[in-house]
Design a protein around this ligand. Structure first.
Ligand code: ADP
Ligand code: MG
Length: 228
């Protein structure tokens, strides 16, 4: 589902952010990406979203060669990938329902379907009752659950989460992780960048550890490694 072959990415100055990274992620996997700040995790996520273009190497996502993708095809390509970020990125002047519905409107889902899908994902993330609230009326954990609902309402085959619990306390972090696990259980391939040692060690998923732009460890049912 996700293949990287010798992918390198250099920004204009300094050492490369990624150096010859190769990686295979199968359909339906749940993968943690860990590593020190600056090790290249977000660069990897941005390359998968085609927000960045690799300096070298090949990236295949969902049978699409991302490196050969024409500009006009990028929006359609991105529809296959749900995203969640540390800072939630909700529309501040819209309520919860509208934030989620918006993702469906931009791909022209019929209103009758939107009226079914939005309440259904909101109840999955436990926010059915809060559909009229604005983001500022919600806790951080609730805002991130709205972002998660928005990320999955179009049923993308892949979900990328870059430090989704970075702004949350442990209880809310666990709620988000359990939801990500449930989304994965329903068939979505899930990649999660995190610094949470406790979560990584408890969940026993595949763990890819990065350091200075290279993968230094890739373990099935792994844990958070300190020695790197
Ligand atoms: P992580 O997400 O693991 O903290 P990043 O992928 O954000 O790491 O960054 C990897 C390296 O690339 C760091 O050294 C960072 O300073 C550098 N970097 C990231 N974004 C840019 C950019 N837009 N311009 C220049 N350097 C960047
Ligand atoms: Mg980052």
């Amino acid at each position: 589902m996700i293949i990287l072959e010798d992918v390198s990415k250099s920004y204009s100055k300094g050492a490369p952010a990624l150096s010859k990274v190769s990686l295979h992620i199968e359909k339906g996997e749940f993968v943690f990406i860990v590593g020190d700040s600056g090790s290249g995790k977000s660069t990897l996520i941005k390359l998968l979203l085609r927000e960045l273009y690799p300096t070298d190497g090949r990236i295949i996502v969902n049978n699409t060669d991302v490196t050969k993708l024409k500009h006009s095809r990028i929006p359609k390509y991105r529809r296959g990938i749900g995203t969640v970020f540390q800072d939630f990125r909700l529309l501040k002047d819209r309520n919860v329902y509208e934030n989620v519905a918006f993702a469906q409107r931009v791909i022209s889902v019929p209103s009758s379907k939107i009226r079914k899908n939005v309440p259904s994902v909101l109840s999955m993330v436990g926010l059915a009752e809060k559909y009229k609230s604005r983001p500022k009326e919600l806790s951080g954990g609730e805002q991130q659950r709205v972002a998660l609902a928005r990320a999955i309402v179009n049923n993308p085959p892949i979900l990328l989460a870059d430090e989704p619990t970075g702004n949350l306390d442990p209880k809310n972090s666990w709620e988000i992780m359990r939801l990500l696990e449930q989304i994965n259980y329903n068939g979505t391939t899930v990649l999660v960048v995190t610094h949470s040692r406790e979560i990584v060690n408890t969940m026993k998923k595949r763990v890819i550890t990065m350091k200075k732009g290279v993968i230094v460890s890739d373990q099935k049912k792994g844990g958070y490694i300190d020695e790197y």
